[in-house]
Write a protein that binds this ligand. Structure first.
Ligand code: SAM
Ligand code: SF4
Length: 345
């Protein structure tokens, strides 16, 4: 871990970040790398071109930008990617950011991972104050797992999951619902996740980035999945919201929680509390819009945080009211050209 971070805050007291629609920005998702050790079919093409290393924010720059957000009222940080746990020395960032948990400035530091590196990092994540993690897993079948992730090894992920549970981390499993691929496995995944004391959240495929296959073929409507599940289980509605596109039900038979993320609907935008930082320092104010603000230039231009704070304030002032995703059914093109691995899932 590098030495104590310099106190860069001037005397100007930090104001909470409010967007033009009065929404407080309290949640920052941070992609720390665009690289990954998997090539999930809905996320990446097999021959992805990755960003040159010099374009990436250093771990120190990531820490500094996150810390400016925390000083301005962000209460939750999610570290994502690409696969965040493949970035070299990533635990340095977790160790450093954990000071904001210790000071009470941050409520939650969390991570979204494919699980491949969890076996070696789970205990230290827990030691850094990480309490909950999201694990992405679309199937329990080894061959299918290989087909979906192209390069992944299910046994390794399961090993990581065991380590995470042993370290006391709470786990939410995220499953992308894929037509004709894992739609027949949803019940099995639900029983398995709830049986191990984990939440399960199903995600609809989003039109982000060029991939090799056809997303219209992959698309499975979660309202159809929910209708089917309701024939077998009692799904009790909850009014729990996260400020994001997830809805939750409680499954009476298993006692576990089941989430549905339907990003193509936009009825959650009114309560949106989040922005996303890419690994190159672009700040996206909305997952479904192209507009981004460059935070790397002000971060590199001055060691004082004033320019960075101003760039963040200007960006939040342009946060749009909502998004306009649509899977283009005629042209089968992505609605947005950037990949999820760049913006961070
Ligand atoms: N590599 C990590 C992982 O897989 O958990 C973190 C990054 S990944 C981009 C975050 C989440 O985005 C994963 O749960 C993944 O399944 C999801 N995802 C990726 N591409 C998607 C797409 N086109 N539509 C819906 N979800 C997607
Ligand atoms: Fe990698 Fe996550 Fe994308 Fe899969 S979904 S290719 S694990 S970044």
């Amino acid at each position: 871990m590098w030495g104590p971070p310099p106190q860069r805050h001037d005397n100007e007291s930090a104001r909470p970040l409010l967007d033009p629609f009065g929404r407080a920005i309290t949640y920052l998702r941070v992609s720390v790398t665009d690289r990954c050790d998997f090539r999930c079919v809905y996320c990446m093409s097999e021959d992805m071109a990755f960003l040159p290393k010099r374009d990436l924010l250093t771990l120190e720059e990531l820490d500094r930008i996150c810390s400016v957000f925390v000083a301005q009222g962000v209460r939750k940080l999610r570290i994502t990617g690409g696969e965040p746990l493949v970035r070299r020395d990533i635990m340095t960032l977790f160790r450093s950011l954990s000071r904001h948990l210790a000071s009470g400035a941050l409520d939650e530091l969390t991570v979204t991972t494919n699980g491949s590196q969890l076996a070696r990092h789970a205990a230290e994540l827990a030691a850094c104050g990480v309490k909950r993690i999201n694990l992405s897993l679309d199937t329990l079948d080894e061959d299918k797992f290989r087909k979906i992730t192209r390069w992944g090894d299910l046994a390794k992920v399961m090993h990581g999951l065991d380590a995470a549970q042993k370290a006391g981390l709470q786990i939410k499993v995220n499953t992308v619902a894929l037509k004709g691929v894992n739609e027949d496995e949803i019940e099995a995944l639900l029983e398995w996740a709830h049986g191990r004391g984990m939440e399960l959240t199903l995600i609809e495929v989003m039109p982000l980035g060029e991939i090799d296959g056809d997303r219209i073929d992959q698309f499975l409507s979660l309202s159809d999945v929910q209708t089917r599940l309701a024939q077998r289980y009692t799904l009790d509605e909850t009014d729990e919201r996260t400020g994001g596109p997830a809805r939750y039900v409680r499954v009476r038979e298993t006692g576990g929680k089941l989430g549905f993320i339907t990003p193509l609907t936009h009825n959650f935008c009114e309560s949106c509390n989040r922005v996303r930082l890419t690994c190159t320092g672009q700040l996206f104010m909305c997952l479904g819009q192209e507009d981004a603000a460059d935070l790397r230039t002000p971060a590199r231009a001055s060691g004082d945080d004033a320019m960075l704070r101003q760039a963040i304030a200007d960006a939040i002032a342009r946060k749009p009211k909502g998004h306009d995703f649509v899977i283009d059914r005629r042209h089968a093109r992505p609605a947005l050209s950037r990949h999820m691995s760049v913006t961070g899932g």
